[in-house]
Design a binder for this molecule. Structure first.
Ligand code: AP5
Length: 207
């Protein structure tokens, strides 16, 4: 199963991918997480990613596609994947189709999590994560356990998240017609408790 979890920044893609990946028995592939890992390692590529990410801009397609090609060649992705935060441009969607076709695969479903922009600002500015496990929390909606030291992403300010949302509307929303034309898109209301949203996704997938 190759599934695209689509939606604006902070819609809950990462949170929900973790909740459904075991059932689907495929890994979550988050380009954002891979870029943050490269940034932490301080590699030249990581520094390049940082320039774009800190400003809330999309990283150029060529760099993202290089990363994806390498990730898809790993054994755990041989049966499928949940793509989280990818593809984000029409060029990325077309390149993903080609990469999967070479492996005899194709995108099976696209689930769009729909969340209004003001909820997104609230969710993103309240997001915290455990630097060791990567587990994501929210200060009010999914609070971290007492005593756990959590960190905030540096692009999770109101100013940067509004910029990321503009990028989503300008460059990422135009990806949907690519999948709509193939009849693959299911739209899911992303507002509600974490469990409610998981159930809606499962229903949309028929899982
Ligand atoms: P990326 O890391 O992909 O960020 P994003 O798409 O902006 O998405 P987020 O990770 O912010 O949100 P999410 O939808 O996963 O939400 P989450 O589950 O954490 O990208 C970051 C940057 O990297 C980009 O700006 C760009 O520069 C670059 N980049 C990455 N991929 C790229 C690509 N393919 N091409 C080009 N550039 C790329 O939830 C958010 C918060 O809400 C959490 O605190 C969570 O606890 C809470 N929450 C979740 N669900 C609910 C709920 N139902 N109710 C209340 N709170 C909830």
């Amino acid at each position: 199963m190759d599934l695209v979890l689509f939606g604006p920044p902070g819609a809950g893609k990462g949170t929900q991918a973790v909740r459904i990946r075991e059932q689907l028995d495929v890994p979550q592939i988050s380009t954002g997480d891979m870029m943050r890992a490269a940034r932490r390692e301080g590699t030249p590529l990581g520094k390049k990613f940082d320039e774009y990410m800190s400003a809330g801009k999309l990283v150029p397609d060529a760099l993202v596609l290089e990363l994806m090609k390498e990730r898809l060649s790993k054994p755990d992705a041989a049966k499928g994947a949940i793509f989280d935060g990818f593809p984000r441009t029409v060029a990325q969607a077309e390149a993903l189709d080609e990469l999967l076709a070479e492996m005899g695969r194709k995108i099976d479903q696209v689930v769009v999590l729909e969340v209004p922009v003001e909820d997104i600002v609230d969710r993103v500015t309240g997001r915290r994560s455990d630097p060791t496990s990567g587990q994501v929390y929210h200060v009010r909606y999914n609070p971290p356990p007492a005593g756990l030291e959590v960190v905030q992403r540096k692009d999770d300010t109101e100013e940067v998240v509004r910029k990321r949302f503009q990028e989503y509307e300008a460059n990422t929303m135009p990806v949907l017609p690519h999948y709509d034309a193939k009849g693959l898109v299911k739209r899911v209301d992303g507002v509600g408790s974490l469990d409610e949203v998981t159930e809606r996704i499962r229903a949309a997938l028929g899982a």
